[in-house]
Design a protein around this ligand. Structure first.
Ligand code: PMP
Length: 415
């Protein structure tokens, strides 16, 4: 894919809307734009197939159920889950991680056990484990990275041990953009954790699943969490993959309708997987949109997406290297950024960077990126972050760099 003549951009009507014509959207790590085919798939569901799935005995409900379950199969295949019953639809990565913490963590972690997280985790992969540790008198252990975002073998081999019950780690950091060595960490954790029984490895795939081919089996993920909206699907739909034996043994997270087999006044038996974890009316319309989105990404080609992300990150980072006072956070190799370039400008608050760029029709993120422990480690309160995706063009990357180069001048700095 040549991003100079980006053939996929036309699939995203938002970019040709009159009010967005000169918009440079570089905030895809926060949420991606949606192609027409996804918007159509969702509206088609409501136009032609809507009924409460999994309940009705009439044709329309059966059709809605089939569409919902086929969507599950498509998303499960996208990450090479061995069985689609191990793919639970959730609202997002945050809910997926909470499901694991409440349902697995609270029932398997005991006093004196350890849960290992990394210094670059999103709050969604920190707070649930803090909660488990507090409730169970367990210890939260932190994997540190070097300033360029690398977690070394010595670091994880030194911190994961027989007391480790759970390792919870992002495959790709939403700040550094770096890909962590998750399969090596998982192999080690499975060998030495939980007194030789193997620690359970929970992978936050929010930033990796949009950018690279995921194979949960090859990765060694016992759980893998993802958000639809980060990969061109609607907001409000996400997924959790879990190892079947673990999911089977776990109690439900939420309870109520749909997740039961039989209920009496005193008790209930639960439905089989995956429905045990999908209480209440499901989000079938967005599940259909999720499935259409992952098919679309397969059409675009994940290897093309990865190449394009790297290309755009290189243009941005090469450009930044020529601008005094601009500092990129993390690795100097643009191929290790998944299209994410987090940066600061001397003397300019990141919120000012984002606001000034907004007046130039450039959308980037500024703040702590829900990774305050990492900001504390880096000694910054906040940073600016540009994040590119395959619908961005080389021209946009060049224009973005040009505008960043002018910010200090616009603010009255003389150099
Ligand atoms: N983990 C990471 C690495 C993320 O980047 C994000 C979103 N910024 C999340 C978790 C949370 O995703 P969501 O808000 O969709 O639950």
């Amino acid at each position: 894919m040549n991003s100079a003549a980006n053939e996929f951009r036309k699939d995203f009507k938002i970019f040709s809307a009159p009010e967005n014509k000169d918009l440079v959207y570089l905030d895809s790590a926060a949420t991606t734009q949606r192609p027409d085919c996804v918007i159509e798939a969702v509206s088609d569901f409501y136009r032609t197939s809507n009924a409460n799935p999994l309940r009705g005995l009439y044709s329309l409900s059966i059709k809605a159920t089939d569409l919902y379950e086929n969507s599950r199969k498509t998303v499960a295949d996208f990450i090479n889950a061995p069985d689609s019953s191990c793919l639970i639809f959730t609202r997002n990565t945050t809910e997926s991680l909470n499901l694991v913490a409440y349902s697995y963590g609270m029932n398997s972690v005991n006093e004196g056990d350890e849960i290992v997280v990394s210094c670059m985790e999103h709050h969604s992969n920190i707070l649930p484990w803090q909660m488990v540790c507090r409730a169970k008198k367990a210890k939260l252990v932190w994997l540190e990275s070097s300033d360029d975002g690398v977690i070394s073998k010595e670091e994880y081999e030194g911190k994961i041990n027989s007391r480790t019950k759970i390792v919870a780690i992002a495959q790709v950091s939403n700040v550094f953009g770096i890909t962590n060595p998750v399969s090596d960490i998982a192999a080690f954790a499975h060998r030495v954790g939980d007194n030789g029984k193997g620690a359970v490895v929970v992978v936050d795939g929010a930033q990796s699943s949009p950018h690279m081919k995921i194979d949960v089996q090859q990765l060694g993920a016992d759980f893998f969490a993802m958000s639809g909206h980060k990969l061109c699907a609607p907001m409000g739909i996400g997924a959790l993959y879990g190892r079947k034996d673990l999911l089977d043994a776990m109690p439900p997270f939420l309870s109520g309708g749909e997740m039961i087999e039989y209920v009496t006044r005193e008790s209930a038996t639960y439905a089989e997987l995956p429905h045990k974890f999908e209480a209440g009316t499901v989000n079938a319309g967005d599940a259909v949109g999720f499935a259409r989105a992952v098919k679309y990404l397969d059409e675009v080609g994940l290897e093309n997406i990865e190449r394009n992300d790297n290309n755009l990150a290189k243009i941005i980072m090469d450009g930044f290297s020529n601008i005094p006072h601009v500092h990129v956070i993390g690795n100097s190799d643009s191929a290790k950024h998944c299209g994410i370039v987090t940066f600061t400008i001397d003397g300019v608050h990141p919120h000012d960077i984002a606001s000034i760029l907004d007046t130039e029709h450039v959308a980037i993120r500024a703040g702590h990126h829900c990774a305050q422990p990492l900001m504390q480690k880096l000694g910054v309160g906040s940073t600016a972050r540009a994040s590119a995706y395959f619908y961005n063009t080389q021209d946009e990357a060049v224009r973005f760099v040009e505008k960043v180069s002018k910010i200090r001048g616009w603010m009255g700095f003389k150099d």
